[in-house]
Design a protein around this ligand. Structure first.
Ligand code: FE2
Length: 265
């Protein structure tokens, strides 16, 4: 099973730029074309939040227009820049979408790996939390199929990055999540968005990684008094490749066309 993860496209209304400087819509279109052109083509695309920038209906209309070009099934969760009810309207009719409350769901018929989406966003706030109800739900659904590999997808990562302006807006109560994950060793990976950078760390006895954005990269500044900034670094996606023999391998894939191929060895 091959799963592409695209994150934080921050789609704007047609013709408008992200932060007034970056054409996030064009960059998301390029990311979608990159996924469509992968050979073999992924079975599934995960969108790990901040699909649009201001939670506006005209942004979701543009998102729908861009996603119409994607030739692979999609699973999505909202991020702190999404608006939960506008998100729900945008994805109305998708069978994974719950009718009310947090966007928590399990998708288990798209391949060998179960996708468990946990909505840790708090409407109106930039940080997230693992609620008691969310943790109990996750514990229950993971217990349903203890021998089937699972990916847990959430927006804000539940750990401190040591980038000071990111940690103000992390997912709090991560220890509650870690306790649940530790009980379910079939969780191959926790995958997040939000931080607009690739990071990996150990969490709850499994591996956790964050996806780069298809748009801008948040600056890697580790000094405690660092000021926030972002850069137009090369955008990238993650490709999670599951095989029974190898388990789950996560590839970091820059988006774009690059010189080559050249002879190797
Ligand atoms: Fe974002």
């Amino acid at each position: 099973m091959l799963i592409a993860q695209l994150s934080d496209p921050h789609v704007r209304p047609e013709g408008e730029l992200y932060q007034g400087v970056v054409d996030s819509n064009a960059m998301f279109a390029t990311a979608i074309a990159h996924v469509n052109a992968l050979d073999p083509r992924p079975d599934l695309v995960l969108l790990s939040g901040d699909l649009v920038d201001h939670g506006q209906d005209d942004e979701y209309a543009m998102l729908a227009k861009l996603l119409a070009a994607l030739e692979v099934p999609v699973l999505a969760i909202p991020g702190n820049h999404d608006e939960r009810e506008a998100f729900r309207r945008a994805f109305a009719g998708r069978r994974w979408l719950p009718g009310a409350g947090p966007i928590n769901y399990v998708a288990d018929d798209l391949g060998a790996v179960r996708i468990v989406a946990v909505d840790v966003t708090l409407p109106g706030l930039h940080h997230g939390t693992v609620s008691e109800a969310g943790a109990a739900w996750l514990d229950r659904v993971l217990a349903d199929e203890p021998r089937r590999p699972a990916i847990v997808m959430m927006h804000q990562p539940p750990f401190d990055t040591a980038i000071p302006y990111l940690d103000l807006y992390s997912c709090r109560d991560g220890e509650r999540l870690a306790a649940v994950i530790a009980r379910h060793p079939q969780v191959e990976r926790i995958v997040c968005g939000h931080v607009h950078r690739f990071m990996q760390t150990r969490f709850g006895g499994t591996m956790l990684c964050t996806a780069p954005s298809t748009t801008t990269a948040i600056a890697l500044r580790l000094k405690p008094d660092a000021k926030p900034a972002s850069h137009l670094e090369p955008p990238a996606l993650l490709l999670h490749h599951w095989q029974p023999r190898t388990g789950l391998i996560t590839h970091f894939v820059p988006i774009g066309a690059f010189p080559g191929p050249y002879p190797f060895a």
